[in-house]
Write a protein that binds this ligand. Structure first.
Ligand code: 2AL
Length: 255
């Protein structure tokens, strides 16, 4: 099975880190293909960044080669439902995957994420995924996404301290890492905290293997049906079904 892991920010070093986390958990027969968006922000840390990242993300799905499943490796799950419209291959967001994984191994988890504004976005996701009964608290560390990659930053220690506070104050028994760029911290943190620490990249890869293994595809009945054919104008004139070189139906047929 081929899983395409898309980093919807344009920082390729982060894609390498995410790819390593994915390959560390993937089954032997799973092929992980990693891609970095070719257009959009270097890091995704707000609503505008998320909106601007979606074109680069959907390009990675539309332009193939087709995969059996797709993972959107950003904790805001940008464009998740739009991506699900474009293909019948299952598409996973790392936040949704991580939160679901956390419910299997704890009755309450805390999310530890990057900036305060990202914390608020994550709270929206908690509500839209129906996770209010499981997520005890979302915590910000004020570590910007790209600082996670800076060995001179104090990111690792700051995140560890925030996780420790979460376990002391939130009545949580598991930690969800709130950024794809934290994927390499899961084992380090688990070792120190002695509770499950869930990286959404790993969770999404394992859910992808499970759902594809069950032969399930994204439903094309209702709101996840292919986008309606219509005229797209201006910078997006290539994106209306049937009007551009690459169309959503082509993806659906190919997968
Ligand atoms: C992220 C992420 O996972 N990648 C990125 O660029 N921004 N999310 C976050 N919560 O900071």
């Amino acid at each position: 099975m081929r899983i395409k892991l898309i980093n919807p920010n344009t920082t390729s070093s982060m894609t390498d880190l995410i790819g390593a986390a994915a390959r560390a958990v993937a089954a032997e027969r799973t092929e992980i293909i990693t891609t970095t968006s070719r257009s959009g922000p270097a890091s995704i840390e707000g609503h505008f960044d998320e909106a601007m990242s979606v074109i680069g993300l959907v390009d990675e799905i539309l332009e193939g080669p087709p995969a059996d499943a797709y993972v959107i490796a950003c904790f805001g799950d940008p464009g998740l439902l739009a991506a699900r419209e474009l293909t019948d291959a299952p598409v996973f967001g790392i936040a949704e995957a991580a939160m679901h994984a956390a419910t299997f191994v704890s009755t309450g988890f805390s999310v530890v994420t990057t900036l305060e504004r990202t914390r608020i976005i994550t709270e929206h996701l908690v509500r839209s995924y129906g996770m209010e009964h499981h997520c005890r608290r979302v915590r910000a560390t004020d570590v910007p996404v790209l600082e996670l990659e800076n060995p001179k930053s104090n990111a690792r220690a700051t995140i560890l301290a925030e996780c420790e506070q979460a376990l002391l104050e939130d009545q949580s028994s598991a930690i969800v890492l709130g950024c794809a760029g934290m994927a390499d911290l899961a084992l380090y943190l688990e070792d120190r905290l002695q509770v499950p620490v869930i990286d959404g990249v790993a969770a999404a890869v394992k859910f992808a293997e499970a759902i594809v293994g069950m032969g399930l595809k994204t439903s094309k009945r209702g709101d996840l049906a292919l986008p309606l054919p219509k005229i797209y104008r201006g910078k997006l004139s290539g994106y209306g079904s049937g009007t551009g070189p690459v169309t959503p139906p082509a993806v659906l047929k190919a997968s």
